[in-house]
Design a binder for this molecule. Structure first.
Ligand code: CA
Ligand code: CA
Ligand code: CA
Length: 339
């Protein structure tokens, strides 16, 4: 297998890529269309927007919080279920129909748990008018349920440093505007973790929005602050802002930014970004193959079977191989690695 040869020649395990892009759901103008909007990991709007699935279009607010798995899918919930899209926003499909099992009502908060459902991955969900939390399979079967938690939970994020859940409190009803707590789903499931979370700083400005964990072991999360204007920020696990705040409204020109999902693709961990000829090295020998991959994807894939074109030559990690990768490719070649 070519892929195995690549690894053997490389001789080292390639560091997994960090987050590739950040998708923000937004209601937009009243009447829609409700869409998701792509931002890069510097908080810059790529100007790519994709319609939410048909079921969400008939919802008053559309997609709420988002989540992401480890293989470049993003998920969003709304009143009548959960939808999944590919990393580039394409392929939107409704995977779960109806309200949240056990909890009931709108899928406001959503987090992806890679260890759930026997390793197939599961979704944790909350509705901010309930104090219940549910874990469901990707087909919507109830796996675990907990009640009598903090009221008014909105954004959820899975923290892969300890396997527990961050919760952004909505605060309208409890008065704890924008605070963050953590719920144990590993050692003492269904309990609020003492000494974790925070109730000051940026989070305290207004009421909560969506959250999504990074999936690279950093414990970082992306979060939406629903305010005037709506903002996106990245935070570490003790509440320090490590990116942003970025003004979403100024960039998209609309309001009602609600959910967020940080795209991550673990499948790229076995490929060396920039290694367009898939020989395990990133050097001048990749220049021709880079333009080959750009110009004739089908022929490139025939010549390099088992090699993942997106992992190898999507240099700017925006989920697409196109002219936007040319300058980043040569910049990366100059320093010997992708950004
Ligand atoms: Ca989430
Ligand atoms: Ca190469
Ligand atoms: Ca690209």
């Amino acid at each position: 297998m070519k892929r195995a040869i690549c690894l053997l020649i490389a001789g080292t395990w390639v560091t997994p890529l960090l987050a590739q892009s950040v998708w923000v759901s937004a209601r937009g103008v009243l009447g829609g269309p409700h869409q998701i909007h792509e931002f890069d990991t510097n908080g810059v709007y790529t100007t790519v927007s994709v319609d939410q699935v048909a079921g969400a279009q008939s919802s008053s607010w559309g997609y709420r919080d988002g989540a992401a798995d480890r293989s470049a899918h993003i998920f969003y919930g709304w009143e009548d279920g959960v939808a999944r899209h590919n990393a580039d926003g394409s392929g939107g499909v409704q995977i779960i129909s109806g309200g949240i099992p056990f909890v009931g009502g709108t899928w406001h908060g959503l987090a992806f748990d890679p260890t759930g459902d026997g390793g197939n991955g599961s979704l944790w969900a909350v509705n901010f008018t309930s104090d219940r939390l549910a874990e469901v399979s990707l087909s919507g079967a109830l796996l675990n349920s907990y009640s009598n938690l903090a009221l008014d939970m909105y954004g959820l994020a899975y923290d892969d440093t300890d396997g527990n859940l961050w919760v952004h409190l909505n605060g309208i009803f409890t008065g704890r505007f924008g605070g963050v707590i953590k719920i144990n789903i590993t050692t003492n499931p269904g309990t609020i973790m003492a000494g974790q979370g925070w109730f000051t700083g940026f989070w305290f400005i207004n009421h909560g929005g969506g959250m999504s964990g990074f999936h690279d072991g950093s414990g970082w999360m992306a979060a939406i602050n629903q305010a005037i204007p709506d903002e996106l920020g990245f935070y570490d696990s003790v509440g320090n802002m490590v990116g942003g705040p970025w003004d979403l409204q100024a960039q998209t020109g609309i309001t009602g930014h609600l959910g967020v999902a940080v795209v991550y693709d673990e499948t790229c961990a076995v490929f060396l970004c920039g290694d367009a000829n898939c020989d395990g090295l990133f050097n001048g020998g990749d220049i021709d193959a880079f333009f080959f991959a750009l110009g004739d994807p089908t022929a490139w894939e025939l010549q390099f079977p088992g090699c993942d074109r997106l992992c190898l030559v999507d240099i700017n990690h925006d989920g697409r191989v196109d002219g936007g990768d040319i300058d980043p490719f040569f910049a990366a070649l100059g320093v010997g690695q992708c950004p």
